[in-house]
Ligand binder design. Sequence first.
Ligand SMILES: [Zn+2]
Length: 322
Amino acid sequence: MKINYAIIVVSILIVWSCSKPKVIDIDSKKLLENVKILSNDSLEGRYFSAPGNYKAQKFISNKFKELGLKTVSENNFLQEFSHTFKKQKRQDIFPIQNPKEDFSNVPDTTAIGGNIIGMLKGKTNKTIVITAHFDHLGIKDGKIFNGADDNASGTAALFTIAAYFKNKPTQHNLIFAAVDAEEIGSLGAEYFLKNYKEKKNIVLNINLDMIAHSDYDPDLFACGLYHYPDLRKPLEKIKPEKIKLLFGHDDSNSKEQSDWTFSSDHRVFHREKIPFIYFGVPDHKDYHRSTDTFATINKSFYIESVKVIIQAIENFDEYLTE
Ligand SMILES: [Zn+2]
């Protein structure tokens, strides 16, 4: 009888320790501070090739340097690229101007953008690319579109994730790509992938875009399993306590859910047949509005989202090595 009791106690302990959520230690105060800075009025909505966007580039570069990340190409975190707008699209790059102005006689315009790319070396040459776009919509009708959730949240998460893995070496190289020009067609992500020399070593893209806003249900979605069902196990292992991690929004035949397969920068990787998992929330009342500010994001939801994403990366690092 005594032995049976012992077995029961041990079994309970095992079940308890398996279902206990993993503790992920991050500096939440710093995380929120960085979102606040990136969504500050002084960055004027971080529009592609606008002064506020350049300020954001500098801020991100300095953070990567502070974190001790390695550069990927040359000796610079900043990867500049140019884009030529046809004249009928010129108003897109100068949203501050009167939208009713006639642009038919203006010439094509070339503008300069820039990704900020940093890396933590892994033990193998296989690579996970973590992307988050930092550009947003700029100023429209005199109103600053701060884009705190879209996507200061994902960008600031890059710093916290990098800080976490700095002292926990992974099997995979982790590339942290703060990419430009998502809002005008993923130009930055496209430029990065096209010019990355070790493309064949990329085994996964984790894309973060809008991870800090939940008005009603604390639901964070991981999208991509419909296309890459093999990636399910590492995500299922995560047991978040305070938010819900849901799968979906990746099947174009679904009648209940919209398909997000091509909704953000992960589409660039998917088109190249590189597996992706995209973390995000459904469009909300502040989405693409001037009210998407630091005040309207859900701080505790955001902190938990970042912890879930860190666990996902940890699990994928292990799972994709096996
Ligand atoms: Zn976005």
